[in-house]
Write a protein that binds this ligand. Structure first.
Ligand code: FAD
Length: 523
């Protein structure tokens, strides 16, 4: 059958990829074209750069993702050199700040760590791969339990989620046991300390091959699969506008960043999955401006600390031989920050936080040899509490038609404020983090609240809602209110206050949105 329906997807991160996968698999006559503004970093499109063994190659891949902050490589992205300013607030590797301080920079004084990635695979080429599921009020109330469970199962399959990663680590088990003794009795059944689910494939040597958009695309990027014939990924293609004819979308206007050529591509369905800031920006630039667009921004305020594990406590639960085994496994990939990851998930009413506890054999910074916990034989944990930010109209990103950013889009201004009750919850979480530290050993850093934007989990700016009452951008199936064939995807669609890493939830919502869009195309 020759393809009848053309579907344009903007953005190649895990969410655009989930849309592509479900749509190609469920609409037999569909051809999907995915447009990605950034370059392809790895031979397999969208693979995690954390799997790149060579440090220089890894560094280059990260730099290529950094858009206006891409240093000497920015020219390959078509970014003018004047957009770069040295010495600004540093972004996480592989990301670039919204407010980078140079010409054409966004304005985000109150959200200084707000960042994005511009590359095939999006942030999903750089993420830590933590994939906890939302629970209690984090969930979307209007999706019933049975459907939600099924969606989570499919999303976990798409992301290759492992529930028992590093479960055989004796060090990890000892940490869990200490946490359970201290906190277990106060937490609801099933919400005590446990291993953190992560996305990746365990390797025979005990290491992980971390998942990126590559595994979500799966057969679409396997030349042997017939499905790959109906999928096309165009990197370094910036979508400038969603083209409209009344309440219908008719395609997209795209700039090829290699040639600077601009063309129109016709489409029967457009999916915008270009992150929680640039998706609303693209809609705004296209004249699609629901009242809630860009508003209701939430993330997770994050409080972090590092603890030197107490040798006496740990050695009651794990042996020296088991520690040596753990160290030998870690030596296989010492730059991988993820090993023996535990958590205490969100639960209500008593624990409205997500704790993540990552074992590391070395401290995250160099300590003088005479420092009390330098070279701690049992190692360290880096840990943090994710807290809630409640959705408020006033928090969000607005766009200025009269000031263009470095890409020529209406420039962004992010406004964000923590309220009294959120600060109180953060203070409570910080106290709890101190208690976790005392349970495991001794904190070697004062717990600190990271600057707003640090979570890299930006939600709410295209939130879904049950009715078109001005407090949401999309319907319960992620279709933009008032447009029959325009769908949005990504963390921006999440309408609730959450404390956990959101990608799994956004993939689940994408599966739901893609299935509904497939049904509409079949009508
Ligand atoms: P993205 O992955 O951001 O992809 C969007 C893509 O759209 C980008 O590649 C961008 O270049 C492209 N784009 C934007 N505008 C245009 C345009 N106009 N035309 C064409 N293309 C465009 N999440 C978790 O759940 N767990 C974690 O452990 C975790 N750890 C993280 C660690 C790091 C260091 C980072 C950077 C992120 C982490 N995240 C984590 C966040 C996670 O990566 C994101 O939730 C996820 O990637 C979102 O997927 P997405 O497809 O919506 O957007």
């Amino acid at each position: 059958m020759s393809p009848q329906h053309t579907i344009a997807i903007v953005g190649s991160g895990p969410i655009g990829s989930a849309y592509a996968r479900v749509l190609v698999e469920s609409v037999p006559d569909a051809r999907v074209i995915m447009f990605e503004a950034g370059p392809q970093l790895t031979e397999t499109p969208g693979a995690s750069v954390r799997n790149i063994a060579d440090p220089e190659e890894k560094e280059r891949a990260r730099e290529l993702s950094q858009g206006p902050q891409a240093g000497a490589l920015r020219e390959t992205l078509g970014i003018p050199s004047s957009a770069v300013v040295e010495g600004m607030f540093t972004a996480r590797q592989g990301t670039h700040l919204i407010d980078f301080g140079g010409e054409g920079s966004g304005h985000a004084e109150t959200f200084p760590a707000g960042a994005a990635s511009t590359n095939v695979g999006g942030m999903g080429a750089h993420w830590t791969c933590a994939t906890p599921a939302p629970s209690f009020s984090e969930r979307v109330a209007f999706i019933d339990d049975a459907e939600w469970s099924e969606l989570m199962e499919v999303a976990e399959g798409l992301l290759h989620v492992q529930h028992a990663a590093f479960a055989d680590s004796a060090v990890g088990a000892a940490i869990r046991s200490l946490l359970d003794d201290e906190f277990g009795a106060e937490l609801p059944e099933g919400f005590g300390p446990s291993t953190l689910p992560v996305a990746g494939d365990p390797q025979p040597d005990g290491s992980m091959r971390w998942a990126g958009a590559d595994v979500v695309l799966g057969p679409l990027i396997d030349p042997e699969s017939p499905l790959s014939k109906r999928f096309e990924l165009r990197d370094l293609h910036l979508v400038r506008k969603v083209d409209l004819d009344g309440d219908r979308v008719v395609g997209v206007t795209v700039e090829d960043l290699r040639t600077r050529q601009v063309s129109s591509v016709k489409a029967d369905l457009v999916v915008v999955a270009a992150d929680a800031f640039r998706s609303p920006q693209l809609l705004w630039a296209s004249g699609i401006r629901p009242r809630a667009l860009g508003h209701y921004l939430t993330e997770h305020p994050v409080v972090v600390t590092t603890v030197a594990l107490d040798g006496e406590k740990m050695s009651r639960l794990a042996t020296e031989e088991q520690l040596d085994e753990e160290l030998a496994r870690r030596a296989l990939n010492p730059v991988d920050p993820v090993a023996a990851v535990n958590r205490i998930p969100f639960s209500e009413p008593g624990h409205p936080f997500s704790l993540q506890v990552m074992y590391a054999e070395t401290a995250p910074w160099e300590m003088p040899p005479e420092a009390k916990h330098s070279g701690n034989r049992w190692g360290y944990v880096n840990m943090g509490y994710g807290m809630r930010k409640q959705p408020r109209f006033d928090d969000g990103v607005t766009f200025d038609d009269n000031e263009l950013d470095y890409r020529g889009f209406p420039n962004m201004t992010v406004r964000y404020e923590l309220t009294e009750s959120e600060l109180a919850e953060i203070a409570e979480g910080t106290e709890r983090l101190r208690r976790v530290a005392d349970t495991l050993g001794e904190a070697i850093a004062e717990p600190r609240l990271l600057p707003p934007g640090s979570s890299l989990h930006y939600e709410g700016t295209m939130r879904m809602g049950e009715s078109d009452d001005g407090t949401s951008v999309a319907d319960p199936w992620s279709r933009v209110w008032g447009y029959e064939n325009l769908v949005v995807g990504g963390n921006g669609v999440i309408p609730t206050a959450t404390s956990m890493n959101p990608t799994l939830m956004s993939v689940a919502l994408a599966v739901r949105g893609a299935r509904a869009a497939a049904e509409r195309l079949a009508d």
